[in-house]
Design a binder for this molecule. Structure first.
Ligand code: ADP
Ligand code: MG
Length: 682
């Protein structure tokens, strides 16, 4: 027996060259092969007679070879071999292109199993390049439900199928980790049956049951991970904050808080006085003023002698928070520091020393705050901004940097409600359901290229009124990905041809940290009127004087992403506009973009996005803070997720901390699932 940890080169037929191709699919070990699930299936179980074959409907049939013609070269690189076969109902002409090894190996008078579809009409039918197998060999490519695997250049589906089969033969299915009582209660197949059936299903029912098992297993592990994190946090206690006087903070604010902001701050400050770690989600749509609530929480924590970490998903956002929070809080005696990956080593060292010393401060940063070299001497509160951009594991990892830290998670709700209940189910929730006063709303339009001249005129009009404008492009350089507008080229055109008299600046993710910060800061001071950017400005960026957001090739973005982009305007008192430019004629695409013109409700947009685009896109962008699932499809398997969550919560409650091998195996799998955010879970 081989071990699942063995290299795939252990398998017959896989040498170093072929192994490289498997590596490209993320497959290194025999175990990886077993977890490499088919992308889809092709049902080849139907056996028919030749006379029953229908045009363009592939099927299997058994036939005898009557004739094999000589292979001809019809032109350079194109060989053709004609074969005639027959069964008791009819004869059929087969044509093999560039396939002489298969065709010429067919022996006259012998029977074979073929799989293919016929083309033609009553004057004559033909089948091109059918799949051939001997009826004496075990069914591999015919007479069964064929798995269709994710592939890569140089690896055929057949090669992957054979490798997976071999892997299952030499090391068997992964051991059962689900407790027997759970298998029974939820009607779940045992592991060995399920792993075998997912790769070599005998029937559609088999397949459905196997899929259910694997999805359930994945969700169970995921939910067990969340339950473990919760359980660990619930046990903890903290020193209650005694100094909860926020008067000085309130009087330093440049505006009056909204009712919703005051309520949220009240709830947070009360949590901080309770002597247990706070676990709170602050939910509010783009522009609702979450930063101020974070500032209040940070102020309270620092005034009680603690350190605060505020983590943002992009450097641009971290820098912006550092600028605005420093301006607000330093006069109140709160030391604010910034830590991002692109800062110089000396600067980083200096900041890290302050953090390690334990002196009260507010550290604002990117996931650099999570890195091994970063330690806090006295971390009391962790805040994550735009949590949907982080993994659940990253949130936990940051909290683990301190003893019994308070946690405030902020999110603009771009995930559907059901899912957020599961992800954040353990958190208390504060909602900002009110926008700051004086906002005039954002009008959204969908236009195509024929509006370009009017659009340019509109930009000019906004700029002449003293406002600023964002133009977002899907790519940085020309020729990147598909043919979407490239920020670099477009910025150059605008500068030279369209607005030579205006300041047009350019911002994209490939620029150096320092450069990005300067460009963003200059735009924020009003030194340039037009900012051409990629989606680096998608989240959080706050320049209230910007009133116009133009998204080029808008069809290239997801709805939630467009909603976030639109949220960059409408942050001041002037009327704002969002213009989606798309030449797409696809009715679905247009319906999707029109939906955005009609509503500004982030919840509704997230749900619409999921419904319209399906999980591949919505969940493909890792905008949800979830680990990558292999079998589960979050838009379709929500029912199973709920069941698995119940099962996992009950199981963790009863057995989570047991020292048994069974409990250990589950914890091990939890660790592996959450590991993709370089997080350690104990
Ligand atoms: P988000 O919830 O999207 O993070 P921000 O915290 O960036 O929103 O706030 C959006 C804008 O509204 C900022 O320019 C901020 O200064 C401003 N703002 C926040 N609260 C208020 C308020 N109570 N009154 C007026 N403006 C506010
Ligand atoms: Mg924000």
């Amino acid at each position: 027996m081989a071990s699942p940890k063995d290299n795939i080169q252990f398998l017959k037929g896989i040498g170093p060259a072929k192994a490289k191709r498997f590596n490209a699919l993320g497959i290194e070990t025999i175990g990886d092969l077993i977890y490499h699930y088919p992308r889809s299936y092709e049902d080849r179980t139907t056996m028919v007679f030749i006379a029953e074959l229908e045009v363009d409907c592939p099927a299997c049939f058994k036939a005898m070879v009557m004739r094999v013609d000589k292979t001809h070269l019809i032109r350079k690189g194109l060989e053709i071999t004609k074969v005639v076969v027959a069964d008791s109902t009819a004869r059929l002409n087969l044509t093999f292109f560039n396939n002489r090894y298969v065709a010429e190996a067919l022996r006259r008078g012998e029977e074979y199993i073929f799989y293919g579809a016929i083309t033609g009409d009553y004057l004559g039918y033909n089948m091109t390049n059918p799949v051939v197998e001997s009826p004496y060999d075990p069914p591999l490519m015919t007479r069964r439900i064929l798995p269709v695997y994710p592939l890569t250049a140089g690896l055929s589906n057949k090669a992957v199928t054979q490798a997976v089969r071999q892997a299952l033969e030499v090391c068997g299915a992964p051991p059962e980790i689900l407790p027997p009582e759970i298998l029974q209660t939820y009607d779940i197949l045992p592991a060995d049956v399920a792993y075998k059936a997912i790769h070599t299903p005998m029937s559609q029912e088999d397949l459905a049951a196997a899929r259910k098992r694997l999805v359930f297993e994945e969700f169970f592990i995921f939910s067990a991970g969340l339950s473990l994190m919760r359980a660990r946090r619930k046990e903890k206690t903290t020193v209650p904050y005694l100094n909860r006087d926020m008067g000085e903070f309130f009087s330093a604010l440049p505006f009056t808080l909204t009712g919703a902001q005051s309520r949220a701050i009240g709830e947070i400050v009360a949590d901080l006085g309770k002597g247990r770690p706070m676990n709170r989600l602050l939910q509010g749509d783009v522009g609702s003023g979450k930063t101020m609530v974070a500032a209040a929480a940070a102020y309270c924590s620092v005034k009680n002698g603690h350190q605060v970490a505020l983590m943002a998903p992009t450097e641009i956002l971290a820098e912006q928070h550092a600028r605005s929070l420093t301006a607000l809080l330093e006069p109140l005696g709160v030391n604010c520091v910034l830590l991002t990956g692109s800062m110089s080593a000396t600067k980083k060292r200096n900041v890290r020393e302050q953090m390690a010393s334990g002196e009260p401060l507010l550290a604002i940063g990117t996931h650099a705050l999570l890195s091994k070299g970063t330690a806090f001497g006295n971390l009391g509160l962790v805040i994550t901004d735009e949590q949907h951009r982080f993994g659940v594991g990253q949130r936990a990892a940051l909290a683990e940097k301190g003893e019994n830290t308070h946690l405030l998670v902020m999110s603009a709700t771009p995930i559907p409600r059901t899912l957020s209940l599961i992800l954040f189910g353990d958190l208390d929730v504060s909602v900002l359901d009110e926008l700051p006063p004086g906002r005039q709303g954002i009008e959204t339009f969908l236009v195509n290229e024929s509006y370009r001249t009017r659009l340019n005129g509109f930009v000019r009009k906004e700029v002449e009124a003293g406002h600023q404008c964002y133009i977002v492009c899907p790519a940085v350089e020309e020729g990147e990905g598909e043919s979407g507008k490239a920020a670099e080229v477009w910025a150059e055109t605008l500068r030279r041809v369209v607005f030579p008299d205006l300041q047009v600046s350019l911002l994209h993710g490939r620029m150096k940290g320092q450069q990005k910060e300067e460009i963003m800061a200059a735009f924020s001071r009003g030194e340039s009127q037009i900012l051409v950017a990629t989606t680096v400005i998608e989240v959080g960026v706050d320049v209230p004087n910007a009133t116009l957001m133009i998204v080029e090739d808008a069809d290239r973005f997801g709805l939630s992403q467009l909603h976030q982009l639109r949220g960059r305007v409408g942050r001041g008192s002037a009327k704002s506009y969002c213009i989606l430019v798309s030449n797409s004629l696809n009715p679905d695409t247009r319906a999707r973009l029109k939906a955005l013109c009609k509503t500004t409700d982030g919840f509704r947009i997230a749900e619409e996005d999921l419904r319209l685009r399906g999980p591949g896109d919505f969940f493909g962008q890792r905008q949800h803070g979830l680990p990558t699932f292999k079998a589960a499809d979050l838009s379709m398997d929500m029912g199973l997720l709920t069941e698995a969550q119940t099962a996992a919560a009950q199981w963790i409650e009863a057995h989570g901390h047991e020292d048994s091998p069974a409990a250990g195996a589950i914890r091990e799998r939890v660790r592996a699932l959450f590991d993709d955010g370089n997080v350690t879970m104990n």
